[in-house]
Each structure stands twice: as structure tokens, then as C-alpha cells.
Design a protein around this ligand. Structure first.
Ligand SMILES: [Fe+2]
Length: 202
């Protein structure tokens, strides 16, 4: 006989969301591309994909919310590095032990470096949402704004490199690079360029 499971209550999911969001906001400067904007995008799309492939949407939603918590533990880390924090967040939010284990399996299965063709439907929904974020054609635009916003001021004020030798040797590279990104940002503000890109994209 098939056992029916109780779905994770909305109030519990909201609690997970609130905790992850707070962690993201506290660590915003360190998270780069894995901040709340990424997590909420992946959550929304993962739920959408779960609705299409028949995966358990509640578990997928929770897995999406915690899938990048490892980046709060350490930069450039693997999902396994976030296991303890994930379990803690899920536990204090009131997710039952069985679902915590399930979420853990989904997050590990969906990891891009190790995922394979036959991962579970839940991991597929999470994977597609995470991959979609990486594939968004707007990523270079976001990157251009980030590079210009963060780096140009330092270059203009003369402390892009601290080491005198590095400054003497590499400043021309940095200037050329920043000048290119600055041109990209400028061009994106031009309505004709925007129009052109819209048509190229089609
Ligand atoms: Fe992610």
C-alpha cells in the first residue's frame, strides 16, 4: 500500500524563506551571484518546473530556498559544505526529519558538477531553475554594471593595484578592460542598441 505524505505547510515554507532571506541580506556583500535575487528566482522557477514534471512542489520549493546555503559557509564551496547549516535552518523552521533528508538528497543530486541524466524529478526541477539563471542572456548586462560600478572608481582614484610593479605592468590591461565594459554599459543605455539587441535575440 502506498504511503501518503503530508506536504510541508505553507507557514513552514514561509519560515524557511524568511530565515534564508535574512542570511542572504546579512551576507549580501559576500554572496556575489548567489544572493537573495538568485535564490528567489530559482525558487519561483523550480516550483514552476515541478508543476510541469510532477515533482513534489513543496519539497522542491524548500530545496530551492536552501540550495546555495553552502556559499554562506564558505566561498567557492560545494553543497556538501552547507549541509549542517541547511539542516539547522530546516529544523528550526519546523521541517520534519524525513523531509530534511529528502531536501538534502535533492540539493546534492542537483549540483551541476556531479549531476547525471537520471536524477529525481525534484532534483530535475531544481537543476533546470538553477541552470536557467546561468543561461539568462541578461547575465553579461548585470556583469557589466557590476564591474563598472565596483572597479572604475578605484582605477580613477589610482589604487586599482596596490603593488607598484603590478600597477606599472598591468594598469594598461585594466584600463582597456574597464574601458570596454564602460562602453558596453553606455551602449546599453542607447535605445537604438536596445532595439537592435531585441531583434538579434529573435
Ligand atoms: Fe544556485
Amino acid at each position: 500500500m502506498m504511503r501518503t505524505r503530508t506536504t510541508i505547510p505553507r507557514s513552514v515554507i514561509a519560515d524557511v524563506e524568511q530565515r534564508v532571506r535574512r542570511l542572504c541580506e546579512d551576507l549580501a556583500a559576500k554572496l556575489q551571484f548567489h544572493g537573495w535575487h538568485h535564490v528567489s528566482f530559482v525558487r519561483d522557477k523550480a516550483v514552476h518546473f515541478a508543476g510541469r514534471n510532477g515533482a513534489a512542489a513543496d519539497v522542491v520549493e524548500v530545496a530551492a530556498l536552501v540550495h546555495d546555503l553552502n556559499y554562506m559557509v564558505r566561498r567557492n564551496s560545494l553543497p556538501t559544505d552547507g549541509e549542517a547549516l541547511r539542516r539547522k535552518v530546516l529544523f528550526v523552521s519546523g521541517v520534519c526529519i524525513g523531509d530534511i533528508e529528502w531536501v538534502e538528497r535533492i540539493v546534492v543530486e542537483a549540483e551541476m558538477r556531479t549531476r547525471h541524466r537520471d536524477i529525481s524529478l525534484e532534483a530535475q526541477a531544481l537543476s533546470d531553475a538553477d541552470t536557467l539563471f546561468k543561461a539568462l542572456p541578461v547575465t553579461p548586462v548585470v556583469l557589466a554594471h557590476k564591474i563598472v560600478g565596483e572597479q572604475v572608481g578605484k582605477a580613477d582614484d589610482g589604487y586599482y593595484f596596490y603593488d607598484a610593479g603590478a600597477a606599472a605592468t598591468y594598469t594598461k590591461w585594466a584600463e582597456a578592460n574597464l574601458s570596454l565594459w564602460r562602453c558596453i554599459v553606455e551602449s546599453l543605455d542607447d535605445p537604438c542598441v536596445e532595439d537592435l539587441l531585441t531583434h538579434v535575440a529573435v
